[in-house]
Write a protein that binds this ligand. Structure first.
Ligand SMILES: C[S@@+](CC[C@H](N)C(=O)[O-])C[C@H]1O[C@@H](n2cnc3c(N)ncnc32)[C@H](O)[C@@H]1O
Length: 377
């Protein structure tokens, strides 16, 4: 089969050609954001290890990297023995990626292709697709949809995907400080005489806004109120677009501590299931920190729970036009009469919360983990 010739310096990777319609394109065109991902040691090392421990899947193979960014995963493919790699990338970071490919003398093996995965034309199907399409709580950014578009368009039958599947986990948590902090964000709107204007009609709206934000940051596992985990398994080899756009996570947690439950904590793991070994990327509260942190969905009305009771409910995810999800959080205690709470959370409005559990913010070598994702969209 023929291969693409080395890509000449592009004349289309210019500012004026910046894609419209994807709010992440500008964000990812900046080296500082690519650097933030590259220096997430847990993330980047796990990807490289998953390729290195499955070299049989890469040796002499054609690969596609969906959303290549700086090109790092394409380089790892070559390091693992790939014959050629097409790195598809929608943002202007392609200029930087091409520079790295040229300066590392890999222009005959790595082809950086500027464009959206949904639109680009590649010369052939591939044996392996790699990608890092993971947002916080796995699904924010909705890039998994582009990953499986790559699968549907370009993966040969029997081909491999790295990562191959992922599981979202849930558990109830208690955190008085976080709850009080969230309530007090709206105190300003209680003011009945702000320069002669009564603002209190907006207090309720402000509370909805505050509790509608997912809280992204580390927390200590001690705040979890159950050993049980709600789970949602996503198999990247088979999942459909529809199943990514609308899904539900049912949970049922036997409560292990009497406390006030302030919401549902969520995180995810990802499996890289190669022919030789399965490597797992973990982002839970007991694992070394990553730039995905963990995510907490608050209850507007907290629930007092007793040890031995069961808290159950559903998280309903609906994809939205902001490359994210509206999540309906519904939970109740199985007692008579049933006590329920419900809240809407909008994943694109994340509140980064770094004030807690510094000790869990360590990387795989026990060093302080990269910080400063506040600007993330
Ligand atoms: C999370 S970053 C990962 C970058 C790089 N692969 C890495 O692991 O460091 C995702 C990259 O995919 C790109 N991207 C997102 N959606 C895309 C799409 N539909 N088509 C092409 N590139 C896309 C983004 O611009 C971004 O550079």
């Amino acid at each position: 089969m023929s291969s693409l010739p080395p890509t000449p310096p592009s004349t289309t990777d210019t500012n004026s050609q910046e894609e419209e319609g994807n709010i992440f394109s500008k964000y990812y065109s900046q080296l500082s954001h690519q650097q933030n991902m590259l220096t997430d040691h847990v993330r980047t090392k796990t990807y490289q290890q998953s390729f290195f421990k499955n070299t049989l899947d890469f040796q002499g193979k054609d690969c596609l990297d969906v959303g290549t960014g700086s090109g790092i995963l394409a380089f790892f493919c070559v390091q693992a023995g790939a014959k050629e790699v097409w790195g598809v990338e929608m943002s202007r970071i392609t200029i930087a990626a091409k520079k790295l490919v040229q300066s590392n003398n890999l222009s005959s093996k790595i082809h950086i292709v500027k464009g959206k995965m949904e639109e680009v034309e590649l010369p052939k199907k591939v044996d392996v697709i790699v990608s890092e399409p993971l947002g916080f709580l796995l699904v924010h950014e909705r890039m998994l949809e582009s990953y499986i578009t790559g699968r549907d368009r370009y993966l040969k039958p029997g081909g491999k995907m790295f990562p191959s599947n992922s599981t979202i986990y849930t558990a109830p948590f208690t955190d008085d400080n976080l709850y009080m902090e969230t309530v007090s964000k709206s105190d300003f709107w209680c003011n009945s005489d702000f320069m002669g204007v009564d603002l209190s009609a907006l207090h309720e709206t402000s509370m909805e806004e505050a509790f509608g934000q997912p809280v992204v940051g580390y927390f200590h596992p001690d705040i979890l109120l159950s050993e049980d985990r709600g789970t949602h398994f996503v198999d990247f080899m088979t999942v459909t677009h529809e199943a990514l756009k609308n899904f539900e996570i049912d949970f049922s947690h036997s409560i292990t501590k009497t406390a006030v439950c302030h919401g549902i904590a969520c995180w995810f793991d990802c499996d890289f299931s190669g022919s030789q070994e399965t490597v797992v990327l973990k982002t839970g509260p007991e694992a070394p920190g990553t730039h995905w942190y963990q995510c907490r969905l608050m209850f507007r009305e907290p629930l007092a729970v007793n040890k031995g009771q069961t808290l159950n409910g559903t998280l309903t995810f609906r994809a939205n036009d902001s490359f994210s999800y509206d999540v309906n959080v519904k939970a109740g205690i199985d007692c008579s009469p049933r006590i329920e709470t419900e809240n809407m959370v909008f994943l694109q409005d994340q509140h980064y919360h770094y004030l807690y559990a510094e000790e869990s913010a360590v990387d795989a070598q026990g060093q302080g983990h990269v910080r400063g994702n506040e600007g993330q969209v």
